[in-house]
Design a protein. Structure first.
Length: 621
């Protein structure tokens, strides 16, 4: 039994160690000895010894194994520690790299945010409208300028139909844009959009196709610029260019016209003046020549006066001066001058005057000079364009307005030319083919003056039948008629003047003017002293204290009339000074009077005007 158990134990030990890496040869001898069939005592003592040996061997083997595995484990542990250290280093490197990547990601996110913010601010601050549409033409983004151009905000824009803002004439804009973007990738055009206030804006638009990196179409980007003001300036520039070209043509026509209009009467003045030098002409012929010279001189003055007056009107240098005036006296003067023109031109024209104005209330406040000029221009036109027939002059009081109507049976005006008849330098037929003389400024002056006086002027005409010009002025009553005023004034001019005890100083640098004025004053008996400059005039006034009046030219070399007047006033404060000047603007007249002159005569100086003004300062003997 013991033997069997020993055998079993030895077999178990053998199986246990047979799978180990320790060689089992140490057990062979004891096992073989044990299994050799020894006797029981020997067997027992031998078994015990074998057992001890076996246990000892086993212990040694186990210790060896433990030592081996301990060494092996230490080696593995060292390797694991080395690996762990490497892993820690790698992990530290990974954490460092991860931290760097995190910082880079944060920086990139920050840069991306700042970049988006920058470009967002850039887009929003642009004055041009910027809008992005997807592939189905839905608006995905637009800056504030896109909405503000048409006066809307995002909420208002999204609540309306954008297509309703497009001008009806630009209804094909969208289809053209789609087609051009599909074919070319861009589209440029102008578009009119309705502002919320109702007016249309002119926009210059440029659209481009937007694609991804792979070439896929994402949508389109459109930039719109408001060019309404630029468009208007462009149109104004075109109009100004057209007007400048028309003005240039009109200027050429005017220069040719004015050359003709001035040279024609000037030819008569020069021609008849030369004929007066002949010794074999009779008194009647001489008077006829003189009458021609006077008439054409008046025409020259009228032409120059019309041009200057038109310039004064355009530059707003004319003031309407209201004074107490008799309408009947103005009409009588105008009618008499018109009849003289009819007689001179030997026309078969009947001039009828119909006064439907109250005779006891014809005194009004108005500008006598300008009202008479307007009537003169209208009657001159009626006489000029009426070859024969009649002219009717009618004036009346109607609805608190004074209405003047001048109707003739002349050549008339085509309806298409009625609107341009009041334009300056215009006649119905321009150029060298004009059948009638004239500068074409009379009606322009009449219209400007009437409107500045608060009235309106109109014309009705039919070609071949005649014309009717009418204008109205506000009625400003001044009182009852004073019939004898004009007659008394005329009688004063007719009475002979005796200034034989008076002395007059004539100051002018032009010898012809001195000779002319000296000849006018010769019949009055006044003693005349002449000076050719302001300095010479001052010396004469100092040395000649009995000078009664001074006729002083305003434009002279060295010392002009203004300076001379101021110097004279320091020598003799109360000496009458009458200025003579070719300047006719109101500002010039005011400057002359403010300098110290008592009156002002406009050249050319007429005899009656000179004597009338001087009579206010020089009394007859």
């Amino acid at each position: 039994m013991i033997k069997r158990n020993c055998n079993l134990d030895l077999k178990r030990i053998h199986r246990y160690f047979s799978g180990s890496s320790i060689c089992p040869l140490l057990f062979l001898i004891p096992v073989q000895a044990y299994s050799g069939g020894l006797n029981t005592t020997a067997l027992l003592s031998g078994s015990f010894i074998n057992l001890i040996l076996t246990l000892l061997v086993t212990l040694i083997v186990v210790c060896a194994v433990i030592i081996y595995f301990s060494l092996k484990l230490k080696k593995v542990n060292r390797e694991l520690q080395e690996r762990n250290k490497q892993y820690l280093e790698i992990n530290a490197d990974l954490q460092k790299t991860n931290s760097e990547l995190g910082n880079q990601k944060e920086n990139l996110a920050k840069e991306h945010y700042e970049s988006d913010k920058f470009y967002g601010m850039l887009v929003q601050s642009a004055n041009d409208g910027i809008s992005f549409y997807d592939r189905t033409w839905n608006l995905k983004y637009a800056n504030s300028a896109f909405y503000s151009m048409i006066g809307l905000d995002i909420k208002s824009y999204t609540s309306i139909n954008p297509g309703g803002l497009v001008h009806p004439d630009d209804h094909d804009y969208q289809s053209k844009r789609v087609q051009s973007l599909f074919n070319n990738g861009f589209f440029e055009s102008e578009l009119r959009l309705r502002h919320k206030d109702g007016h249309y804006l002119n926009l210059s638009t440029r659209s481009v196709t937007v694609r991804s990196d792979s070439g896929e179409v994402l949508g389109s980007l459109t930039i719109s610029r408001d060019i309404t003001k630029l468009k208007q300036e462009h149109e104004d520039l075109i109009k100004a260019t057209f007007d400048a070209e028309a003005s240039s043509r009109l200027k050429s026509s005017f220069l040719a016209n004015i050359s003709h209009e001035i040279r024609t009467p000037l030819n008569s003045v020069v021609g008849f003046s030369n004929l007066l030098l002949s010794d074999d002409i009779t008194k009647e012929v001489r008077e006829e020549y003189i009458e021609h010279i006077n008439h054409n001189s008046e025409k020259l003055l009228q032409i120059i006066g019309d041009i200057i007056d038109l310039s004064r009107l355009e530059s707003s240098q004319i003031e309407i001066t209201y004074e107490e005036t008799s309408i009947n006296s103005i009409v009588n003067e105008v009618i008499e001058e018109a009849r003289q023109i009819i007689r001179r031109n030997e026309k078969s024209i009947i001039l009828n005057v119909k006064n439907q104005f109250e005779s006891n209330g014809d005194l009004i406040f108005t500008d006598r000079i300008w009202l008479k000029r307007v009537l003169n221009h209208l009657l001159d036109n009626a006489v000029k364009f009426t070859l024969d027939g009649s002219i009717e002059f009618l004036y009346l009081l109607e609805n608190e307005n004074i209405v003047f109507i001048i109707k003739d049976t002349g050549v008339g005006i085509n309806k298409e030319n009625l609107l341009r008849i009041f334009e300056e330098f215009r006649q119905e037929i321009d150029g060298h083919h004009r059948p009638f003389e004239g500068l074409g400024v009379g009606l322009t002056l009449a219209k400007e003056v009437v409107e500045r006086m608060g009235g309106r002027i109109s014309v009705k005409s039919e070609k071949g039948v005649g014309s009717e010009f009418s204008f109205s002025l506000p009625y400003r009553p001044a009182g009852s008629t004073k019939v004898k005023v004009a007659l008394l004034n005329n009688d004063q001019l007719v009475k002979p003047i005796d200034w034989s005890t008076k002395k007059c100083l004539l100051v002018d640098d032009n010898m012809d003017v001195l000779i002319y004025l000296n000849r006018i004053l010769l019949d009055t008996g006044v003693s005349v002293v002449t000076a050719r400059s302001g300095y010479e005039a001052l010396e004469l006034i100092k040395s000649t204290p009995d000078i009664d009046v001074v006729l002083l030219d305003m434009q002279m070399p060295g010392m002009n009339g203004i300076e001379a007047t101021k110097q004279i006033r320091q020598i003799r404060k109360n000496l009458p000074i009458i200025a003579q000047t070719a300047f006719i603007f109101e500002d010039d007249k005011d400057i002359i009077l403010e300098a110290g002159c008592d009156a002002c005569l406009i050249k050319p100086i007429r005899k009656d005007h000179l004597l009338t003004v001087m009579s206010s300062f020089v009394k007859s003997n």
